[in-house]
Design a protein around this ligand. Structure first.
Ligand code: GAR
Length: 209
């Protein structure tokens, strides 16, 4: 099996999708969930599923390096093969990213490389985009800039609102994140020098290291 640790900051609906995708046929095993916020509803989802939870409050640390060191210590206790960022809203230090290079995935609510950062749905609507979506990518030191593993494309509908677009993208996230995690757990998805690879083939249009 592939030991997975999931990092969250909020609702944890992506965590829920990952929990729901766990079965004997899935090599991915969620061993622990770590949150930087105690109000994160995802902690309750993890507890309801019988998964170990940890709270590491970023406010308790003097700087990012100290926070990330505490995070790494807790994560590494679970001997992760994969660390999954699922709505984890802290920027990670280069040391953290390097430590988990090739085994750190993030989901981002846009068609990367478009709309890195926050407020992605509003920005896509304001730009009049006809397509929007979400991306799972390997995390590198460039924020939201690592090689893409899978994307879901949605057509922006006439009369689309921020609420409808947000909820449709969320639904797509809940499909592609469990898929990418399963691929990784099966050894099908990996990070190489030239970018993300699936079944030994370079994925098109993705970044490199
Ligand atoms: C998701 O839409 C995810 O793509 C986004 O936060 C949301 C978390 O929802 N992540 C980012 O914006 C990362 N910069 P969830 O807590 O319900 O999974």
């Amino acid at each position: 099996p592939c030991n997975v640790v999931v990092l969250i900051s909020g609702s944890g609906s992506n965590l829920q999708a990952l929990l729901d995708s766990q079965d004997e046929k899935n090599a991915a095993r969620i061993r622990a969930v770590v949150s930087n916020r105690e109000e994160a509803f995802g902690l309750q989802r993890a507890q309801a599923a019988g998964i170990a939870t940890h709270l590491v409050r970023h406010k308790d640390f003097a700087d990012r390096e100290a926070f990330d060191a505490a995070l790494m210590a807790i994560i590494d206790k679970h001997q992760p093969d994969l660390v999954v960022l699922a709505g984890f809203m802290r920027i990670l230090t280069p040391g953290f990213v390097r430590h988990y290079q090739g085994r750190l995935l993030n989901i981002h609510p846009s068609l990367l490389p478009k709309y890195k950062g926050l407020d992605t749905h509003r920005r896509a609507l304001e730009a009049g985009d006809t397509e929007h979506g979400c991306s799972v990518h390997f995390v590198t030191e460039e924020l939201d800039g690592g090689p893409v593993a899978i994307q879901a494309y949605l057509s922006v509908q006439p009369g689309e609102t921020l609420e409808s677009l947000t909820s449709r993208v969320h639904a797509a996230e809940h499909i592609i994140y469990p898929l990418a995690v399963r691929w990784f757990a099966e050894g099908r998805l990996r990070l190489a020098e030239q970018g993300a690879m699936l079944d030994g083939n370079p994925l098109p249009g993705t970044g490199h290291l």
